[in-house]
Design a protein around this ligand. Sequence first.
Ligand code: KIV
Ligand code: ZN
Length: 531
Amino acid sequence: MTATDIKSANTAPEAGANDPNRVRIFDTTLRDGEQSPGCSMNLEEKVRVALMLEEMGVDIIEAGFPIASNGDFDAVREVANAVKTSSVAGLARASSKDIDRAWEALQGAAQPRIHTFLSTSPLHMRVKLQMEPEEVHQAIVDSVSYARNLCPDVEWSPEDGTRTEHDFLCRVVESAIRAGATTINIPDTVGYTVPSEFAALIEMLFNRVPNIDKAIISVHCHNDLGLAVANSLTAVGVGARQIECTINGIGERAGNCALEEVVMALRTRPDAMPYSTGVDTTVITRASHLVSTITGFAVQPNKAIVGANAFAHESGIHQDGVLKDAQTYEIMTPESVGLNESNLVMGKHSGSHAFREKLKDLGYGDMGQNAIADAFVRFKDLADKKKEVFDEDIIALVDDTIQHDSDRIRFVSLQVVAGSKGPQTAELELEIDGQVASTKSDGNGPVDAIFNAVKELSPHSAILQLYQVHAVTGGTDAQAEVTVRLEEDGKTVNGQGADADTLVASVRAYLHALNKLNVKREKTAPAALSA
Ligand code: KIV
Ligand code: ZN
């Protein structure tokens, strides 16, 4: 078989996509993405992200690392139970304990995948694993065979693959495939490689590993040199048929390959890269917004595909060109990524039926009746204050309503005195476990006064790590979307709040984070709650 024949034969057994040029999208937002410091997501948030990835048509969703913590285990189990059409993967090191735990978490999955890995570079083997290459080789054979006896779909990764000696890499890849791996993933763990070198490495595997046609070749690139997308695409050019990536490119250090960028590059340039994915690109904008809201990781305005300016034309020459023919300066349409011309939705006279229909259009079809009713009340309130209500407003408002469903501490009212004459004061009313309590505090500015008031009503030792405000739309009457990150005993949570009043949004975000901390405390020490 020639290298070209092998590449053509390199199709997923399970994908049903007989097209040899179909590239599988493996999303690891919930595993590698969540590993970035400060980027914590709770179980319910992970399930929401997973369902959106499924709606987007992602082939494989890596939901977590089940042995890492009970929280990770629960998240993989719940995602596995909820997702029906995408495969769900759980990560495991090369040990039967890890693999058993991953397999246990994946029991409810319609299409489970065990993803197991072990470092293979000289540096990692010597310093991190303190194992000889022969021992590593044996551990790979044992772990992959063990996983394959449990699950028909097994992915294996040589961690730090791009810094692994070529002879050893070929040997372990061949052995992993012989032991039953159906996907071989080559990670650029430290984001060190460059496109020409990475392409040569993948091509070398196709040329030298005799059973390479029995597995899908995948790539997993980190972005330390800003090359993750370029490296992934170049690997596809020489035969890789799975790309591992995350929404907004979140991940350890500089992050992972950005899903939206690889997918849109493939879609926009089929002339240069004749490969397809199963992704419905119109879900990209919503998914990006969901992930950035939940994690508190803002998307930079000039970020490709999902940045606020990605489709904005500021200069007169560009605007003139785009008005004459959008293609003069637009290589893809805003609609192709689900960014509609700021859709005017409804005004204060719109009824609940139209509102429900709008929710369905925006992907909130499965919201419960109570949540819809609450969101409708808030929509009416917003429509009273704001001249024009856009899709973005509804999304922010609904996200805010959904996440406050089971809060123990609820916002009731806020009155603030701010300005240059000081002191700034906040009069705050909260409902805590069904009891209304109020207080008046001052502070160094209105936000400080509000947060002090919250602390008086609900004492806690959490430390504020992030306070971030983002305008949902343009205009001075835009809703503010606030993120607050709190840290307590090494645990980090992100809270979000949206409101036409920035200070109300701030208190909502702070309370959301506090409520999440309460849930975390409840899980670890139930008795502490009544103290
Ligand atoms: O970056 C990496 O090497 C990984 C592996 C576990 C695939 O995330
Ligand atoms: Zn990684």
